[in-house]
Design a binder for this molecule. Structure first.
Ligand code: CA
Length: 356
């Protein structure tokens, strides 16, 4: 009898060891997005990440994703993740520029890095370490969230023929680029994505930048503002995953690793999806909406943007040591990496165009 009992206990112990389901922790998280659920590809990142996490944990780690149509606070994501109402967020770092100016570097800055250069800086140089240093102040982890690639310079009701045409213009343009335009006489504002069309339609703004053809065309901006300018201000806008530190600390090391793996997978996914969606939308746009006038800013305007941008960055660097540290790191990396971009990507494109 004693022998039988011992065998039964041993068998139960073996069963417990062999069956991870018995030991699996149940975790229920919520994630808030800046985007409404229909604003794909940006709004694809979080649900796909959540789906991967659920599959890799047999459904035990569940992340419920809320679009801005539900939580109604598209520009409140950092506060909500910091405060713990949501364990995670999917948004863009430069929306927190009013809280910490150094946040801009982890989305994009005018005349800055391409996506290749930025990811190399983030993952293999100092970028992600510096990013976390900024976000430690908010008790959250901040991780890359997928890249839009080069963004378009925006939709304008009227053609910009000279610097004078910028004076008094009312435009939605966030980040450092907004400050650059403000220096050039533009009345700058940031408006949440869901309100952009109405603001343009009602004349609250005369111009706006949003993302690129795939996300812009479905918003309908071209019906009101048909001058579509090529980009200068967001050469590689990276999105952002935010994680509440306290919630993260309660996860097992395995769940933490699964979360990181899923985030990393969707970063690649969303970057590729943006490129694919933009190429297709650009191709379709030319056929379906011949009224759209694709423009580049006059050189006089670009030169003035660059000068104003350098002044804005230098002023922040002079007053804020952390901003300076990140700016210097990015500039030093860019100076090194751009020589490679030039001879690899740029030279290749010129070579291929030459024999087209
Ligand atoms: Ca943008």
């Amino acid at each position: 009898m004693k022998h039988l009992l011992r065998t039964a206990i041993l068998a139960t112990a073996c069963l417990m060891l062999a069956s991870p389901v018995l030991a699996a922790e149940k975790v229920r998280w919520k994630l808030a997005m800046t985007w409404s659920s229909t604003l794909t590809p940006l709004a694809s990142a979080a649900p796909r990440m959540a789906e991967m996490v659920a599959k890799m944990t047999d459904g035990n780690f569940e992340i419920r994703v809320e679009g801005s149509e539900k939580h109604k606070a598209p520009l409140g994501i950092l506060d909500m993740v910091k405060g713990g109402q949501f364990e995670m967020g999917h948004t863009a770092s430069y929306y927190w520029k009013g809280k910490d100016i150094s946040s801009v570097f982890f989305t994009t800055v005018p005349f800055g890095m391409t996506a290749d250069e930025q990811y190399a800086w983030l993952y293999f140089d100092d970028g992600n370490r510096l990013q976390q240093k900024v976000y430690d102040k908010f008790d959250v982890y901040s991780l890359p969230g997928g890249n839009t690639g080069v963004q378009m310079g925006g939709w304008f009701r009227n053609e910009i023929k000279s610097l004078d045409d910028l004076k008094g213009l009312k435009m939605r343009i966030p980040g450092i680029a907004g400050e650059v335009f403000a220096k050039l006489g533009v009345n700058v504002t940031n408006i949440p994505p869901g309100e952009l069309y109405t603001a343009l339609d009602r004349g609250t703004i005369d111009a706006l930048e949003w993302v690129g053809p795939s996300m812009d065309i479905k918003m309908g901006f071209h019906k009101i503002a048909p001058f579509y300018y090529a980009g200068w201000h967001e050469p590689a806008a990276d999105m952002q995953f935010l994680i509440n530190k306290e919630a993260y600390a309660k996860l097992s090391p395995a769940y933490q690793a699964i979360l990181h793996a899923a985030i990393q997978a969707v970063v690649f996914d969303i970057t590729s999806e943006n490129f694919d969606a933009n190429s297709r939308a650009w191709d379709a746009m030319k056929k379906e909406f011949p009224n759209i006038k694709v423009m580049t800013f006059p050189e006089e305007v670009i030169q003035a943007m660059k000068k104003a941008n350098d002044e804005v960055m230098a002023a922040y660097a002079a007053e804020n040591p952390e901003f300076k540290e990140i700016y210097d790191s990015q500039q030093a990396y860019l100076e090194m990496a751009r020589t490679w971009t030039r001879i690899s990507t740029l030279h290749y494109l010129q070579t291929a165009e030459m024999v087209k």
